[in-house]
Design a protein around this ligand. Structure first.
Ligand SMILES: [Ca+2]
Ligand SMILES: [Ca+2]
Ligand SMILES: [Ca+2]
Length: 174
């Protein structure tokens, strides 16, 4: 953790209306700095949901300290896999990243992910979408494993269980 004064300065810069709390809009604006494209609002909502411990819908300074570390860790992870320093993750880089997380998946899967999240038509994924993909994949994997008691990699679930799994992971994953 960097010192609190350093984080307090960042916090005050992000808290544009000086309310003492960071709203989703303020966070999105701060994260968009340096790019032309707004930070994925879904990722912003996801992160606020994870760090808004008192549930008031905004990020206090205490909550911000944890959020800041989370974003920094993801950014370092993203940069370490962006081998060609293009600022985005292409299919080959994504494969390397996920293989290092322990996923063994086919090319068809990576093609699909890049196609779904390639919002710039550049055959690659930006930082905000990368966080969203990783967090969703992690929570879907946890949900799958909770049904896969024998660790066979195959589960049998009902339609309702399937819906519950998707709703729980896709909307407000933790
Ligand atoms: Ca504010
Ligand atoms: Ca809060
Ligand atoms: Ca790259």
């Amino acid at each position: 953790m960097p010192d609190r004064q350093y984080l307090w300065n960042i916090f005050q810069g992000v808290d544009k209306d000086r309310s003492g709390f960071i709203s989703a809009t303020e966070l999105q604006t701060a994260l968009s700095n340096g790019t032309w494209r707004p930070f994925n609002p879904e990722t912003v909502r996801l992160m606020i949901g994870m760090f808004d411990k008192d549930g008031d819908g905004t990020v206090s300074f205490e909550e911000f300290c944890h959020l800041w570390k989370y974003i920094t860790d993801w950014l370092n992870c993203f940069k370490s896999f962006d081998r060609d320093n293009s600022g985005t993750i292409d299919k080959t880089e994504l494969k390397t990243a996920f293989a290092s997380f322990g996923f063994r998946l086919s090319d068809a899967f990576y093609d699909l992910v890049v196609r779904k999240f390639d919002r710039n038509n550049a055959n690659s994924i930006t930082f905000d979408d990368y966080i969203q993909i990783c967090v969703c994949l992690q929570s879907l994997t946890v949900a799958f494993r909770s049904h896969d008691k024998e660790m066979t990699g195959i589960i049998t679930i009902s339609y309702e269980e399937f819906l519950m799994m998707v709703v729980q992971t896709m909307f407000h994953p933790v």
